[in-house]
Write a protein that binds this ligand. Structure first.
Ligand SMILES: Nc1ncnc2c1ncn2[C@@H]1O[C@H](COP(=O)(O)OP(=O)(O)O)[C@@H](O)[C@H]1O
Ligand SMILES: [Mg+2]
Length: 327
């Protein structure tokens, strides 16, 4: 099943020379999001669901930060907070970039089927008050070329495009206002394997030519390994581990990260077993470690106290944060 990583290794040469260590594009401190949900049954009452919990992280200019975690753990919720689609959070979210843009997972529902590609790509320009029609057309043509499509695609409808081509349009739409910071929420998950690596290569090309910064959300650990510079791991809305990509893949510290990485390497079925996020959410107590019920290395303290994050790296090395009492 995962043979295509070989393909990806060859196709995606990672480079971090563009990363500017000192400049942050994003700083999140103590982000929390609650959704109110109705409990089951006819007497269902409103309950607060704690979807993001004390989320702390940063993104450097020019880097590709991977965000991984099982379905339902809160990745898209975080993405929406960053691009301004969810304003219902507490904590601070400082974004040093004018237009953070989102590229969605589903290339089939994210483009308006009634409008031609040219119109879709022009829309952000119109919204931002660019009145000059000729100039808009020119920018659209340039953008189409940049995402690897012929300018004649401006006259087509989304239904005439393949999944990969649509995702190229979504990427073009995200970049047309000259955004330098892109939140890509599972941008290739819906695509075929060969198309995946084409789109990933396009994202990398664009990153280099435009000095872009990405938050790259994925549940595909093989892609993250070859695409990202640094990784944060989320479990039930909490960041449980964060490190440079080589470090975390070679030496994952959190029992959840270990389980996640181990499952993908050994057996697809095991992954199924650990993907019931809803059940985990119900099991997780609000006091102890959220991973307590599934953890192989738990001890007494884990049931009653929440671990703080600790940095396991020696001084002078890039940090390796983990939230676990083992350390
Ligand atoms: N609008 C909403 N109202 C209530 N619950 C929601 C809403 N959106 C998402 N959720 C819940 O929040 C949790 C996180 O969802 P999401 O951020 O989409 O996770 P992911 O992208 O990691 O799959 C899930 O349990 C999901 O059911
Ligand atoms: Mg999602």
């Amino acid at each position: 099943k995962h043979d295509y990583t070989k393909h990806l290794i060859a196709a995606i040469p990672r480079n971090r020379e563009d990363t500017r260590e000192d400049e942050l594009v994003l700083e999140a401190k103590d982000l929390n999001v609650y959704y109110s949900v109705k409990t089951k049954g006819i007497f269902g009452k409103k309950e607060q669901k704690h979807v993001l919990q004390n989320v702390d992280f940063y993104i450097r200019r020019g880097e590709i930060l991977g965000l991984v975690g099982e379905s339902g753990c809160g990745k898209s919720t975080l993405a929406k907070c960053i691009v301004g689609l969810n304003k219902n959070y507490t904590g601070t979210l400082k974004i040093n970039e004018e237009h953070p843009q989102l590229v969605f997972q589903d290339p089939y529902s994210s483009l308006n089927p009634m409008k031609k590609i040219g119109w879709i790509l022009e829309e952000p320009l119109r919204i931002h008050g660019m009145k000059d029609k000729k100039k808009r057309k020119e920018l659209v043509n340039q953008m189409l070329t940049q995402v690897g499509l012929d300018p004649s695609y401006a006259d087509r409808y989304p239904s005439e495009l393949s999944g990969g081509q649509r995702q190229r349009i979504s990427i073009g739409g995200a970049l047309i206002l000259n955004s330098k910071f892109i939140v890509a929420d599972e941008p290739v998950s819906a695509l075929d394997v060969t198309v995946q690596s084409q789109v990933l290569n396009l994202l990398l090309d664009l990153q280099r030519t435009h000095q872009l910064t990405y938050l790259f959300i994925s549940h595909d650990l093989n892609i993250v390994r070859h695409f990202c510079n640094r990784v944060i791991v989320m479990y039930l809305g909490e960041i449980v581990e964060e490190a440079e990509v080589e470090e975390i893949y070679e030496d994952p510290k959190h029992p959840y990260t270990q389980l996640l990485f181990h499952s993908i390497l050994t057996d697809e079925r095991k992954l199924q077993k650990i993907t019931d996020s809803e059940q985990s959410r119900e099991d997780a107590s609000s006091e102890g470690c959220p991973f307590y019920h599934r953890c192989m290395s738990r001890c007494d303290i884990c049931a009653s106290k929440r671990p703080e994050r600790v940095n396991l790296s020696p001084e002078g090395q890039p940090p390796h944060w983990v939230k676990c009492f083992k350390y």
